[in-house]
Design a protein around this ligand. Structure first.
Ligand SMILES: [Fe+2]
Length: 281
């Protein structure tokens, strides 16, 4: 009898814990945003930019998979940090139809902008079905531009002595990084924006050394403690989240995403990164 009672109690406790864990992963963690502060030493950083902040917001995934009011609230919260620069690293929508363009317009009215500049690149989801609908990408680009986000597509823009180089998405229609990457001057201060971290393993970087800011993985959204995430949409399974030191003094940072593909997260809290600019010296 004692044994049967023990098994019954254990099973009840197990089911209870499972339900609690499920509820937590569905209702709590997906909306438990982490403003993650990270130091960003940059070569040749102009003196006047030392101590300034650069905020990275990635993978908003506005659509019908979760309540996008959470994204609006997060953007309003992010404005309170008064970032000097803001970069958006792609996947603004989870595209199903043109409805998402209207939803994105509503959300991006609250876009967080940097006092010195705001830049963005597109991700695979911004290219619609099969990542192959240029007109979807054009509509999204229009929304971003209307909200003061300077969109970079294999192109460069400079603000206050800091160069922002933005690549178009690896899986979509306009991936063409070689020309712009080969034009980077390593004697200046540079930051590359690149949605999919797998690009880091391609022979496209020339002499570039410096930071590469990516998103795309969402850390798989579910991660057992001390183990790798279950599913991440990259070839290089090492590219989960956080900082990676690559060859030729390149540093990759993978943001854990603000939005979600599915409304479930475990041990993979959504993130907005706040980098503090430092000079390498
Ligand atoms: Fe994404």
């Amino acid at each position: 009898m004692e044994r049967r009672k023990f098994i019954k109690t254990s099973l009840t406790a197990g089911v209870g814990l499972g339900l609690l864990g499920g509820l937590y992963s569905w209702k709590v963690e997906p909306f438990w945003l982490d403003f993650n502060r990270v130091k960003m030493p940059i070569k040749n950083l102009p003196k006047q930019l030392i101590g300034k902040t650069l905020m990275q917001i990635s993978d908003l995934h506005v659509g019908n998979r979760f309540d996008y009011n959470y994204i609006i609230k997060s953007l309003i919260e992010a404005q309170k940090y008064n970032p000097d620069f803001v970069v958006y690293t792609g996947d603004y929508v989870s595209y199903e139809s043109n409805e998402q363009i209207g939803q994105l317009k509503k959300v991006m009215q609250h876009a967080t902008n940097g006092s010195m500049g705001t830049f963005g690149i597109l991700g695979n989801h911004d290219y619609g079905k099969n990542w192959a609908e240029q007109e979807v990408a054009d509509s999204i680009s229009e929304v971003l531009k209307n909200n003061k986000i300077h969109l970079l597509s294999n192109s460069k823009s400079s603000k206050n002595g800091l160069n922002f180089i933005g690549l178009d998405d690896l899986w979509a229609l306009n991936f063409n990084p070689k020309k712009i990457l080969s034009s980077i001057n390593n004697k200046q201060a540079n930051i590359v924006l690149c949605h999919n971290p797998d690009v880091c393993d391609l022979d496209v970087w020339g002499d570039y050394s410096g930071w590469i800011l990516a998103g795309h993985t969402h850390v798989g959204q579910v991660k057992a403690p001390f183990l790798d995430p279950f599913i991440i949409p990259v070839k290089n399974k090492r590219y989960t989240s956080g900082e990676f030191h690559l060859s030729n003094e390149r540093t990759l940072y993978i943001n854990r995403a603000l939005g979600h593909l599915w409304q479930v997260r475990f041990n993979a809290r959504p993130e907005i990164t706040i980098f503090k600019l430092e000079n390498i010296g």
